[in-house]
Design a protein around this ligand. Structure first.
Ligand code: R5P
Length: 296
């Protein structure tokens, strides 16, 4: 008997992205039913074909409840006879706390990696925030892959940002910004960031090249927007008339866009790993390609 085709399982908040993946791959998209009990617990019900590889799609911004629901969904799918379980989390939360920054803290990256890696056989994401570990496989006890967003960002930059300077706000952004800048043939620099609180950030710029009057701030994540806002002011002072932002994961907490606007950012563009009005760059094709090459 032929193996059933893989099935994609989505939540109300991930349905749009899941449908893009389903359309690219020709795979059915099933909607997980989520009921929230009055005490805040979640009940999950899935509809799955026994023997079909299951692909659970959910971005894990605003992560705490979503993480639990994704783990419950994995259990439900296994009990329903899924042949294998893959998690596609276009944005993977808790990757930034990758060491003990201050005494008494956990390494959240490892905790979340162990939970998800114990529930799924494979985890796929886009541009995970990995700085002190090199590969997602070091964090997840399963097959895990972080796909670079650079090809998608490069296409966008090539079409719209010729002649611009690319600026990464901190030294951590240097490796991937370098490969992006090389791919598009634009100059790049990285700043030096100091964070004193969630939204209390300063960015010191290095010497800037003469010539460009337009800058694109590039970062993997924008949350409070404080990092990007802090980089705009010195760029403006250095004579850049147009400063825009290009981010992979548009978390944009309440107040973030206003912070960017008042700092003088002219345009904010993001990928669609997290649904947001600034989404202009689709990453479903990157994930679809990885799934098509290896469906389970
Ligand atoms: C940090 O290392 C990341 O690359 C981002 O720069 C950071 O998460 C941005 O956060 P926020 O928008 O809150 O400054």
């Amino acid at each position: 008997m032929a193996t059933p085709r893989p099935e994609i399982h989505a939540f109300p908040d991930s349905l749009v992205f899941a449908r893009k993946l389903g359309a690219a791959l020709g795979w059915a998209v099933e909607r997980a039913e989520v009921h929230h009990f009055p005490d805040g617990e979640s009940r999950i019900r899935v509809r799955a074909t026994p023997g079909a590889p299951a692909i659970v799609v959910r971005s894990l911004h605003d992560p705490n409840a979503k993480l639990i629901e994704v783990l419950l969904t994995a259990d439900a799918l296994r009990r329903a006879g899924a042949a294998s379980l893959t998690l596609v989390a276009p944005y993977l939360a808790y990757m930034r706390q990758d060491r003990v920054f201050a005494p008494g803290e956990p390494i959240s990256q490892r905790v979340v990696g162990a939970l998800l890696g114990g529930a799924f056989e494979r985890v796929l994401t886009v541009e995970a925030h990995l700085h002190r570990v090199r590969a997602l496989g070091e964090v997840f006890p399963c097959r895990a892959e972080s796909l670079p967003a650079a090809p998608a960002l490069a296409r966008w930059l090539t079409e719209r940002s010729q002649g611009a300077l690319l600026l990464g706000p901190d030294e951590e952004s240097e490796p991937w910004l370098r490969s992006l800048a090389e791919a598009v043939g634009l100059p790049f620099r990285v700043g030096r960031k100091t964070r004193s609180g969630d939204a209390d950030v300063s960015v010191e710029l290095p010497a800037l090249p003469a010539g460009p009057t337009r800058a694109v701030l590039v970062d993997d994540i924008a949350s409070t927007g404080a990092t990007l806002a802090a980089a705009v002011r010195p760029l403006r002072a250095a004579g850049f008339g147009v400063v825009e932002a290009l981010v992979v994961h548009a978390i944009f907490a309440p107040g973030a866009l206003e912070r960017l606007r008042s700092a003088g950012i002219t345009r904010v563009t993001s990928t669609d790993t997290i649904p947001h009005p600034s989404n202009q760059i689709g990453v479903a094709p990157l994930l679809a390609e990885a799934l098509a090459a290896r469906p389970s």
